[in-house]
Design a protein around this ligand. Structure first.
Ligand code: ZN
Ligand code: ZN
Ligand code: ZN
Ligand code: ZN
Ligand code: ZN
Ligand code: ZN
Ligand code: ZN
Length: 264
């Protein structure tokens, strides 16, 4: 027959039923099933009261007190309730959903030191910062804006001319002022005690001899830059250029500084 595959919709349960079985099905449906007036679902006739009680009774959410059918309560509690517990992505504190936005606005504005570029980065900017961190792309990223002042550690470099530790930002200026013609090696060879007797045959030697004599004359008390007293590891400041140097280094440095002044 050509209508073997034909189906009809049961008005009782809204299901598609094979035409051949329809009469039997409908009888069965009428006897055993009915359509719930609240949700249009076919439910066993003897379970309708139980179904309506379990699914459609109005209940209140215990957290936000909102009224709803019982069948919606679980979805409400997990996905919709404004009081549902949520975890802050920045501090992992659990707090009600309705307070999360305000909390995260503050919490995500806290900064943390990026160990790669030594800058303070807002917690909420960290995923993006990880992609643009200047330490990983050679400084071509735009400068990061942070709400707290950046107190990065001062970077110092050693001046090749005078071996003093100079702030990296000042080294270019310093090297212009530093005497490039006089090498540190020269002073290591020219010991102060030898200079007195040395028959100065070059200009710098003469200057040093003269200067060291001047120092000895003016610091007879013995606690001056050329005196024997004092801790050699002590950090002192050069009176001429105000560089902070260990006392031992400072002795040599001051000679050069004097030379520089004389040459001016
Ligand atoms: Zn049916
Ligand atoms: Zn129902
Ligand atoms: Zn709720
Ligand atoms: Zn937080
Ligand atoms: Zn970084
Ligand atoms: Zn220098
Ligand atoms: Zn100096």
């Amino acid at each position: 027959m050509d209508n073997k595959e034909a189906t009809r919709t049961c008005s009782q349960c809204n299901k598609e039923v094979a035409e051949a079985n329809f009469a039997l099905h409908e009888t069965h449906c009428r006897r055993f099933l009915c359509v719930c007036p609240d949700c249009d679902e076919a439910v066993p006739r003897e379970q309708l009261d139980k179904h309506r009680e379990e699914q459609h009774t109005q209940v209140r959410c215990s957290k936000c007190n909102q009224k709803m059918e019982r069948r919606h309560l679980m979805d409400h509690e997990s996905d919709e309730c404004v009081e549902r517990p949520q975890t802050c992505q920045f501090c992992e504190l659990v707090l009600p959903w309705k307070e999360l936005d305000e909390h995260c606005l503050v919490c995500g504005s806290r900064t943390e030191l990026c160990r790669d570029c030594n800058r303070y980065v807002k917690l909420r900017d960290q995923p993006e910062h990880g992609l643009t961190c200047s330490a990983s792309n050679n400084g071509s990223s735009p400068p990061q804006t942070t709400s707290t002042p950046s107190n990065k550690t001062k970077v110092t470099v050693t001046c090749k001319g005078c071996t003093a530790l100079i702030a990296a930002e000042d080294i270019e200026k310093h090297e212009l002022e530093c005497v490039p013609a006089i090498r540190w090696d020269y002073y290591k060879e020219a010991k102060p005690e030898e200079e007195e007797s040395k028959n100065g045959d070059d200009f710098y030697g003469q200057v040093i001899t003269r200067l060291s004599s001047t120092y000895k004359a003016s610091t007879l008390s013995g606690n001056g830059p050329w005196g024997d007293g004092g801790d050699p590891d002590k950090i002192s400041t050069c009176p001429h250029c105000h560089l902070a140097l260990p006392s031992l280094t400072l002795r040599w440095h001051q000679v050069k500084c004097q030379v520089y002044i004389v040459l001016k």
